[in-house]
Each structure stands twice: as C-alpha cells, then as structure tokens.
Design a protein around this ligand. Sequence first.
Ligand SMILES: NC(=O)c1ccc[n+]([C@@H]2O[C@H](COP(=O)([O-])OP(=O)(O)OC[C@H]3O[C@@H](n4cnc5c(N)ncnc54)[C@H](O)[C@@H]3O)[C@@H](O)[C@H]2O)c1
Length: 261
Amino acid sequence: MIKLGVVGANGKMGSQVVNLAINNKDFELVCAIDMFGVGKQLSENVVVEDNLEESIKKHNPDVVVDFTQPSVIYENVKKYIKLGVKSVIGTTGLSKEQVEDIEKMSKDANVGVIIAPNFSIGAILMMKFAAEASKYFSNAEIIEYHHNQKKDAPSGTSIKTAQLMMKNNDNFKLGNCDEKETIKGARGGEFQEDGKGKIQIHALRMPGFVASQQVVFGSDGQILKIHHDTINRECYMSGVEIAVKHIYKNNQFFYGLENIL
Ligand SMILES: NC(=O)c1ccc[n+]([C@@H]2O[C@H](COP(=O)([O-])OP(=O)(O)OC[C@H]3O[C@@H](n4cnc5c(N)ncnc54)[C@H](O)[C@@H]3O)[C@@H](O)[C@H]2O)c1
C-alpha cells in the first residue's frame, strides 16, 4: 500500500485526491496539509495540518501530491526533494527555468518528481494531436478557457501544448501582416521559447468553465480545430493515480503525464 500525503488537501483538486486516497485500496492517506481547514477530520487517522515540513517528517508519506498555488509551488517542491519524499506536482505556474532547476535537483538528490500540467487523458491526447498537426501547419493559436478562480494565466496546459507543438515545427508565425492592437491584449499573449517561432495564447476566465482548450490551425482554404473540455475534476484522478504509482517505483524526473503513459 502506498502511503500518500496530500498538499492543498482542502482545495478543489486536493479534496478529490483525498477521496482517491481514501477510496483506493492501493493507497493509504497518511497526511493532509492545507493552510485552511486546519483540524478538519478527513479520515479516522488524518486531520488537516498546516506545517508542511513537520507533517511530512511526522507521517513519512511515500509520495506527496501537491495541488496548491503557483506562488508557493517552487519552494514546496524544493522541500520535498530536501526531505527525500517523492512528489506528484499538479500545481501549475512553474516557469521553464524553475522546471529545469527542479529536474537538476531531483536528479542530484535521486528523488523522483513528476510535474504534470494536466492529468486528464483527453487533454494529453489533445496535446499529442496538436503536436502532430504542427508538422503540417505553421499558423496556430491556442484558446484556453478556465473558471474565474484560476490564479495563473496562461494555463500550464497551454504552455505545455505550445512547447510540444514547437518541437515539431520551429517556424510558427503570427498573423501575416503588420498588426496594430487598438485594445492592448486583443491578440492574446505571445509564446516564444529559444528564439523559435511564435504562438499566440488567449486565456478566458469565467464561471461555468472547469478547463477547456482549443488549438486552432489555419492554412490556405482550411481550418483545423482540436478541442478538449473538462466537465468535472474527477477526470484528473486516473492520471493522478497512474502518476503516484509510477513515481512510487521510480526515482526519476518527469515533466508531462505523456512521458509515463
Ligand atoms: N495538473 C492538473 O491536471 C490540474 C488540474 C486542475 C488544476 N490544476 C492546478 O492545481 C492548482 C490548484 O487548483 P485548485 O483548483 O485545486 O485550487 P484551490 O484554490 O481550490 O486549492 C488550492 C488549495 O491549496 C491550499 N494552499 C495554497 N497555498 C498553500 C500552502 N502554502 N500550504 C498549504 N496549502 C496551501 C489552499 O488553501 C487551497 O485549499 C492550481 O495551480 C491549478 O492550476 C492542475
């Protein structure tokens, strides 16, 4: 049985992971950490605690799953590596440089880490198909739609999608004429990495959405749209389960669920 710690246990995603840990016979929930809901009883032996390091030292989980917030995630992952506990990171908002740092720290310390901007299988396929289409189109833009409580923009999934697309095509172009924005931001945010091409990302935030994304490709006389909708947060849990079971047996670093499927 895998001893699981959940960080951000009181949140929208964290509470789903708590349910997974309680209801899955392969997992035992041993600690739950959040800055809100401290003292709340989650299972017979587990109450919400707020001191991350103390809680991990006291309960000694095999793996922690982190769904907290962008402003704390980099420091959290450094703590997991320092404490020698394997981690599955669902929290988004890490920069490319931070991901590279974490990869190095994880390898140096030989402590497994999985960072996955998206745990839903449909979203992984959407990214895969977008990467495939990128071999044939050089104009593409991404529209991502999320609930209005999301703190980071654009989403980790849209950035990961753009990175995968650029692996197959380093010549993405924006519109093909001189453009003038009469309202700032009207054309979205420009994603570029390593001096390669550019992909525009548009982030919508409003009640009603959980998480959706559309990748739109255009060339002369044709449009291709690849679209994924998340209807509820349960869709992420099979991916979280796969990630926990994988990292339990591995000490490596992984960025993206697609690398362990
Ligand atoms: N990888 C994925 O598939 C996926 C899917 C959905 C959301 N996310 C990401 O997961 C993160 C959490 O999303 P959410 O919708 O559950 O948010 P949420 O606000 O509902 O939950 C976050 C929880 O973390 C807690 N928290 C924040 N900082 C903390 C700290 N320093 N110590 C302890 N607890 C802390 C908050 O109190 C809250 O309960 C976001 O970054 C979001 O983008 C990832």
